[in-house]
Design a binder for this molecule. Structure first.
Ligand code: GLU
Length: 333
């Protein structure tokens, strides 16, 4: 038998329907709470309702705050909610070589540069930034200043970080849940860090490289990361990577309107489970908050045929004491 011609291979590839690949990407820095449950259910529903794959990625780059016990707890909580994923979880701290390679290629192409500004010089956020962070715009102090990382280190006596050269002009993102968005990263944030001083990859780079490497086509995550989508868009463009679709899920707040924090243990899934809550009650609450009320207790999987991300009604949700009482008054059998 002769090998198929290249043309035939190319045609076959075109006939394959593009498969949706979604992901759940918790940072193991604390216990998952009701806000995570709502976001991860949405991400899972979206991919599964399109017949897609779902990957689990543990984003444990956040230095000493990331802990194995929280990675284990997150997996346990997600399974308890009735979510599953395809293949073994990917662990971000095992991908340092691919992040370093991406940074090197951007440096070599002149799309990134060494920066020796200290935190004292500029207040910089290096972890996943959240809405309301007032990261000052980087004024471009080190752009065009050093020919290489080594030169930056020699000249300053400090280990340099690396910043992306951000092109001027707005990025438009058609967010499936939050609607059309426009961000001018160059004007609002400036050249942002893609590697910290000492070389550790910044969130904005790691998430883009991993999404591309893992074939992710759809990013559904919390609305606190909406401004990050535009930064990630620039990293994707600079690396010549495809842009996934984005859907940013509104946040759950407490009774005072404050965003739930990972230390709000009363609302953690582990605590709700310990108090006897039925995971189907959480699924029903989340579905109702997206405009899909149900009289019955339902599993995450039972709702898959009824879901389409673009048809969900999303908006900020409050989790108050009465909700906790309702959820824990529905004991699992
Ligand atoms: N690991 C990030 C978080 O838990 C999410 C990153 C992402 O989905 O892009 O906040």
């Amino acid at each position: 038998m002769t090998a198929p011609s290249l043309d035939l291979v190319a045609n076959t590839a075109q006939l394959e329907p593009a498969r949706v690949v979604g992901r759940l990407a918790p940072s193991p820095t604390g216990l998952l709470h009701l806000g995570h449950a709502r976001t991860f259910l949405c991400a899972w529903w979206s991919a599964r309702s399109q017949g897609g794959r779902v990957l689990l990625r543990l984003e444990d780059l956040d230095g000493p705050r990331a802990a194995v016990r929280f990675s284990d707890a997150a997996q346990h909580d997600l399974e308890w909610l009735g979510l599953d994923w395809d293949g073994a979880p990917s662990v971000q701290s095992e991908h340092l070589a691919r992040f370093a390679e991406a940074v090197d290629s951007l440096l070599a192409a002149g799309k990134a540069y060494a920066c020796v500004c200290t935190r004292g010089d500029l207040r910089t956020a290096q972890n996943a930034p959240h809405a309301g962070d007032n990261e000052p715009r980087y004024p471009g102090t080190c752009r065009g200043r050093f020919a290489s990382l080594a030169e930056a280190e020699r000249a300053s006596g400090r280990a340099p970080g690396v910043r992306l050269v951000v092109p001027r002009g707005p990025v438009r993102i058609d967010d499936t849940l939050a609607g059309p968005q426009s961000f001018d990263v160059a004007a609002e944030v400036g050249d942002f860090l893609i590697a910290r001083r000492g070389g550790a990859p910044a969130y904005q780079l790691a998430v883009v490289v991993d999404d591309a490497e893992e074939g992710v086509t759809e990013v559904v995550r919390g609305a606190d990361l909406l401004p990050s989508a535009a930064r990630q868009w620039h990293v994707q463009t600079a690396l010549g990577l495809p842009h996934p679709s984005y859907g940013h899920v509104a946040l759950v707040t407490d009774e005072h309107g404050e965003r739930l924090a990972k230390h709000a243990d009363a609302l953690s899934l582990a605590e709700l489970r310990a108090r006897g809550a039925d995971p189907r009650a959480i699924v029903r609450w989340a579905a109702a908050s997206f405009g899909l009320p149900s009289e019955e207790l339902v599993t995450a999987r039972e709702l898959v045929p009824h879901l389409r991300l673009s048809a969900l009604e999303d908006g900020p949700v409050r989790a108050d004491r009465s909700l906790i009482a309702r959820l824990t008054a529905t004991p699992s059998r």
